[in-house]
Design a protein around this ligand. Structure first.
Ligand SMILES: NC(=O)c1ccc[n+]([C@@H]2O[C@H](COP(=O)([O-])OP(=O)(O)OC[C@H]3O[C@@H](n4cnc5c(N)ncnc54)[C@H](OP(=O)(O)O)[C@@H]3O)[C@@H](O)[C@H]2O)c1
Length: 435
């Protein structure tokens, strides 16, 4: 059989998974790729006790792999955007196809990388960059290619989903669960990328490009994390029949494309509301197929390796075929990609959950409903919680019908100015995720 030489750069969590699964399932993988896939060289700064590389050519210099004349496919698994960018460009300059799991790299430098690959007649594959083991890139790019995609919404960061699941099921505080997530290895020592929504933003931008045929760009994306979320809101949401999920949402509208990452109330009856712990899920709504849900492990050594290896198989199969038959990185030729207006978050229309603390006295609620009515916002439900012993203030929770965020903001400002309302108003967007 034809021999295809692979060079793996980075032997951390994912690198070790790829090494081990390629070794364990080599017979099936080779027959699917219709070639003999061989790890010709590994670039690793140090050994990883999770894999036995004794019989493999290991170099401490990852750039040696990118320049090795025997290697056909370079697999970038070091993470980050500086050295990884240089590594990928060096690999392309040296005529190698590239497979990467790096969402930050693709979201930030994807257009440049794909253009460099196209100019050199090479492939860049990145299935593992979004939702780990779930083959969502292939689904959006190939499986749904007959559709006009309307919207997609995904739980695309396992760390935040784990934290929210714990806050929900056990009423725990954000900071307390974050510490446990770090101890369990779900969250990085610096969790900013996860808990502030940056990692999810990278993944959402990639899916948006595929869904709507747009160039990759982080410009205009609205990003909010889960750090300010309070257990009482997760608990009140449950009482109202909703789960709080950290969603990446993109939607094609007449006013442009919605592109936003934020905590969201979703009805308990919606399948995605039941996706807990470190799992990921992406709901895609499209004109022909309707709504589909892709669910599974969004991270982890072997789940992520599963996607990396699928890319290696695709590239190895396609290497011998005419480049015209290759599936383009973003689903269509780069010349066919069309930039679109990204909507300002203030122009987005959705429902809202609102909570504030108000004096428990006659007339207060009518002041508030008056403010909402003046802003043109209709109320779906209003709940006044029981007055805690010795407290003059009570929590009031409002669920609105669909309204423009700009109107909601103005109403919130007016509510905060009422003398009968204490502190600031908390609001969380609500999505029903129906057709
Ligand atoms: N972990 C997941 O579940 C997951 C899921 C989907 C996608 N990804 C993506 O996969 C990529 C790898 O993630 P990971 O979790 O495997 O990270 P990791 O465990 O930190 O592994 C990265 C490895 O690359 C090595 N490395 C970094 N810079 C290097 C350099 N200049 N020369 C040689 N080695 C270098 C690191 O070596 P040292 O240990 O010496 O620093 C480490 O062994 C990232 O882009 C990540 O976003 C990860």
């Amino acid at each position: 059989m034809r021999l295809v030489n692979i060079g793996i750069c980075g032997l951390g969590t994912v690198g070790a998974g790829v090494f081990n699964v390629l070794g364990r399932n080599s017979q099936q993988i080779n027959s699917r790729a219709n070639c003999d896939l061989v790890i010709a060289q590994l670039g690793a700064r140090r050994d990883n006790p999770d894999c036995n590389t004794a019989d493999t050519n290991v170099t401490r210099d990852i750039f040696e792999v990118a320049k090795n004349p025997n290697i056909d496919i370079v697999v970038e698994l070091i993470g980050g955007t500086d050295v990884a960018y240089e590594l990928v460009m060096t690999a392309l300059d040296n005529g190698k196809h590239v497979v990467t799991a790096n969402k930050a790299l693709i979201a930030q430098h994807g257009m440049e990388i794909f253009a460099a690959a196209e100019a050199r007649g090479l492939m860049v594959a990145y299935e593992a960059a979004v939702a780990g083991g779930i083959p969502i890139i292939k689904a959006l790019r190939e499986g749904l290619s007959g559709n006009r995609i309307n919207w997609l919404a995904g739980i695309i960061n396992g760390t935040t989903n784990f934290i929210l699941s714990e806050m929900d099921s056990k009423g725990r505080e954000f900071a307390d669960v974050l510490t446990e997530a770090q101890e369990k290895g779900y969250a990085e020592a610096d969790p900013t990328f996860d808990v502030e929504g940056i990692d999810a933003a990278h993944k959402l931008v990639i899916m948006t490009s595929l869904a709507f045929g747009m160039p990759l760009s982080l410009d205009g994306i609205f990003t909010d994390g889960i750090t300010r979320l309070e257990p009482q809101d997760v608990s009140y949401a449950r009482e109202l029949g909703y789960a709080v999920k950290h969603l990446g949402i993109t939607r094609q509208t007449d006013q442009g494309v919605e592109l936003r990452v934020h905590p969201t109330l979703v009805p308990e009856t919606c399948l995605i509301a039941g996706v807990n712990d470190v799992s990921n899920a992406v709901m895609v709504n499209a004109d022909a197929v309707g709504t589909t849900l892709f669910y599974g492990p969004g991270a982890g050594s072997e789940p992520t390796a599963s996607s990396v290896i699928a890319d290696i198989v695709d590239v190895a199969r396609a290497m011998n075929a005419d480049a015209d038959t290759w599936v383009p990185a973003l689903g269509c030729q780069s010349s066919a990609l069309q930039p679109q207006k990204i909507m300002d978050i203030q122009d987005i229309e959705t429902s809202f959950y609102i909570r504030f603390s108000a004096l428990d006295q006659p007339g207060v609620l009518s002041d508030i409903t008056g403010i909402m009515a003046n802003a043109g916002i209709s109320i779906e439900a209003i709940i006044q919680k029981e007055q805690p012993v010795g407290e003059d203030y009570v929590n009031v929770i409002i669920l609105t019908n669909v309204t423009k965020e700009r109107l909601l903001d103005a109403a919130v400002e007016n509510i905060e100015q009422l003398e009968t309302v204490r502190g600031s108003v908390t609001f969380i967007r609500v999505e029903h995720l129906d057709q």
